[in-house]
Design a protein around this ligand. Structure first.
Ligand SMILES: [Zn+2]
Length: 322
């Protein structure tokens, strides 16, 4: 039995799935990402999350055909290492994540780029299946992207797909990457939260932070934004409109350059806000298209929250280990 596991390592949470040979999810588990303790603490928490999933799937980790990990930062797939993972605690230096995990788990481990594995999952199993070319846009804490061209992932020289850092406003808002005017500076949830906090300091009224506290959160999660929108909170509405406009401008520019068949929108905000907002992005994109009579299909990522973890499991499914 070809039972594998996939881990989606994110800045706020670690998600684990156990899947069978048909990619059916047998069990999943979720734990918060440690805020300190560096890569060692994160690796230990990955193991705990995996054990929670394997226990509920009634599988021993030693019997797993392999474990794939989708990680942020600079990933070296060959070496199984991760460096410069800015959303993770004290993770600047290169850390041998695959080796460390493999020692503890007793199964082979492969590490891939978190966004690219999610795009691969949508291509092989989800909304991207009908298309030979598409752009995956992952709208969450940051804004990630990935490309499929002629049925293959396009990695460029290793760092292609940084959709969130396409420049839409010269000299515009400050981005988490330190530059100005990137899409992520307008549409990334972290940037949106920063903007909301500054607006409140200036006396703006909003329910965003009350909803956050009532939910026992200390950040504006996708669920908090969704609830504020459903209540018609004017600051939330305005900031999401601004994000939609930024995403639409970037998507249209990518389409003008590459003439892709489709755009697949995922990520925490993308999946939580769903088809209504995908439609808003599509409508806002159309005026920017150079060839408007043949727009790309705009789809919501089908694999939802588990897409990243399922995509990570594909790292070991595709026989790349041997
Ligand atoms: Zn940037």
């Amino acid at each position: 039995m070809d039972v594998r596991a996939g881990i989606d390592l994110g800045g706020t949470k670690i998600l684990a799935v156990v899947v069978d040979g048909q990619h059916t999810v047998l069990a999943d588990a979720k734990r918060p990402t440690p805020r300190d303790g560096g890569p060692e603490a994160v690796a230990a928490e990955i193991v705990e999350t995996l054990l929670e999933a394997t226990t509920s799937a009634k599988v021993d980790t030693k019997d797993l055909a392999g474990v794939g990990v989708g990680s942020p930062g600079a990933v070296d797939e060959e070496a199984g290492t991760v460096a410069h993972a800015r959303n993770l605690p004290d993770w600047e230096k290169t850390f041998a994540l695959a080796d460390v995990l493999s020692d503890r788990i007793g199964a082979p481990v492969k590490v891939g780029n978190d966004v690219q594995v999610a795009v691969d999952a949508e291509f092989e199993l989800g909304a991207g299946r009908p298309y030979s070319s598409f752009l995956g846009v992952f709208w969450g804490t940051g804004v990630g992207g990935g490309l499929i061209l002629e049925r293959k992932p396009w990695l460029g020289r290793g760092s292609a797909g940084e959709f969130g850092h396409m420049v839409i406003v010269r000299g515009g808002a400050r981005c988490g990457c330190g530059r100005r005017g990137c899409i992520e500076a307008y549409a990334g949830r972290a940037s949106m939260e920063g903007r909301a906090r500054r607006a409140v300091e200036k006396g703006q009224k909003t329910e965003l932070f009350e909803i956050m506290e009532a939910g026992g959160r200390d950040r504006l999660t996708s669920g908090v934004w969704a609830k504020a929108l459903s209540r018609g909170d004017s600051l939330a509405v305005r900031l999401v409109e601004r994000a939609v406009a930024a995403l639409a401008a970037g998507i249209a520019s990518a389409i003008n350059l590459l003439d892709l068949e489709a755009v697949v929108i995922g990520g925490g905000l993308g999946t939580r806000l769903g088809p209504d907002y995908a439609k808003q992005i599509e409508d806002a994109m159309l005026p920017h298209l150079f060839v408007p009579e043949r727009p790309p299909a705009v789809r919501i990522a089908q694999l939802g929250d588990l897409g990243g973890a399922i995509g990570a499991s594909l790292l070991v499914a595709n026989g790349s280990g041997g």
